[in-house]
Design a protein around this ligand. Structure first.
Ligand code: DAH
Length: 339
């Protein structure tokens, strides 16, 4: 009996299997009810009493070892996927839904692309700013209403630290480091202390443009903005400039484009006027050039600032500003084809 056990142990130690089915066959051969190890246990009854202790121990060892061996074979087989014939390489892959760019990013990139072709390069500035870059260097008088607590987010412990309310602050960031010629566009997020509704949000996105050089004229500005409008909204787009006021430009204007939703005929989006406002612009006030270290007797400049949400609303007829920050996948997936 002890010899039988020894032989069986040697046999089990040398077991090999090529796949899951062979392992199962081995398990049945040795460990099932009719298996070789089980048969030995049945023979145990006929072992003489004085050998029972020793034989019993050996049979138990054999059984444990047989189980371990089967488990080892299984483990080796499971980690070695490449040799597995359980993998069905013909099965269809799990469908993966590709992500899409955010509509504001799509539009921002399109605007950057248009101005890059005109020789503008990218500039950036911080969202957490100081009063100087957002207001003072941009020629805001000390009592200008835009400094009011209702518009601006202040950092409580540091009254000089604010969230920028417009990307015009990047004009100052660029001019303090660089002398003309300057041709930059500055896209970025801005913050205002406004109640959130379909038409207003406490954060949104702007793109600032600044051009400073010798002999820059209002005509240059108008021509560049006309080209931008046509590239962005189609060749038939018309523009009109209305006089306006900004502390950092003189003269200042607001630009409208012919409503691209009704083609200028009048609709609810353009409030039946046929025109929609898309940006503010003007000739850089000489005081701004001086405040930022540029000689205004030599250089002139123009600037413009547009809202990226506004352009996106117009291009894709998005009526509610909140859609841009709610991350509703049903909305975002509508822009798959625009990527
Ligand atoms: N900073 C202005 C705003 O947030 C937009 C603007 C108007 C920017 C005129 C300009 C500009 O550069 O020339 O409403």
């Amino acid at each position: 009996m002890l010899d039988k056990i020894k032989d069986l142990l040697a046999e089990i130690e040398s077991l090999k299997a090529a796949n899951a089915q062979e392992i199962e066959e081995l398990r049945i051969k040795y460990l099932s009810k009719k298996g070789a190890v089980t048969a030995l246990m049945n023979d145990f009854r006929s072992v003489p009493a004085e050998q029972k202790k020793e034989v019993g121990m050996r049979i138990n060892e054999l059984k444990t070892r047989a189980q371990e061996k089967i488990n080892e074979l299984k483990a080796a087989f499971e980690t070695d996927d490449a040799t597995s014939d359980d993998i069905d390489i013909t099965r269809t892959a799990y469908p993966v839904q590709l992500g899409t760019r955010h509509p504001l990013t799509i539009v921002k990139n399109e605007i950057i692309d248009i101005f890059s072709r005109l020789g503008f390069s990218l500039a950036e500035g911080p969202e957490v700013e100081d009063d100087w870059h957002v207001f003072s260097s941009m020629n805001f008088a000390d009592d200008h209403p835009a400094r009011d607590m209702q518009d601006t987010f202040f950092v409580e412990a540091h009254p000089d630290v604010i969230l920028r309310t417009h990307t015009s602050s990047v004009q100052s960031r660029v001019m303090e480091k660089q002398q003309p010629p300057i041709r930059v566009i500055c896209p970025g997020r801005v913050y205002r202390n406004e109640a959130i509704s379909a038409r207003a949000h406490c954060f949104f996105h702007q793109l600032e443009g600044l051009y400073v050089d010798k002999d820059v004229s209002f005509t240059d500005l108008k021509q560049v903005l006309l080209l931008f409008a046509k590239e962005m909204f189609g060749n038939d787009t018309k523009i009109r400039l209305r006089p306006s006021y900004f502390p950092f430009t003189e003269p200042s204007a607001e630009m409208d484009i012919s409503c691209n939703i009704c083609g200028g005929k009048g609709c609810s989006f353009c409030k039946n006027t046929g025109w929609v406002e898309i940006l503010g612009c003007g000739m850089v006030d000489p005081a701004v050039l001086e405040l930022n270290g540029i000689d205004s007797s030599v250089y002139k400049g123009y600037a413009f600032g547009l809202g990226i949400e506004r352009i996106t609303n117009l291009k894709y007829s998005v009526k509610d500003l909140r859609m841009f920050s709610e991350n509703d996948l049903r909305f975002l997936r509508e822009f798959e084809s625009a990527n």
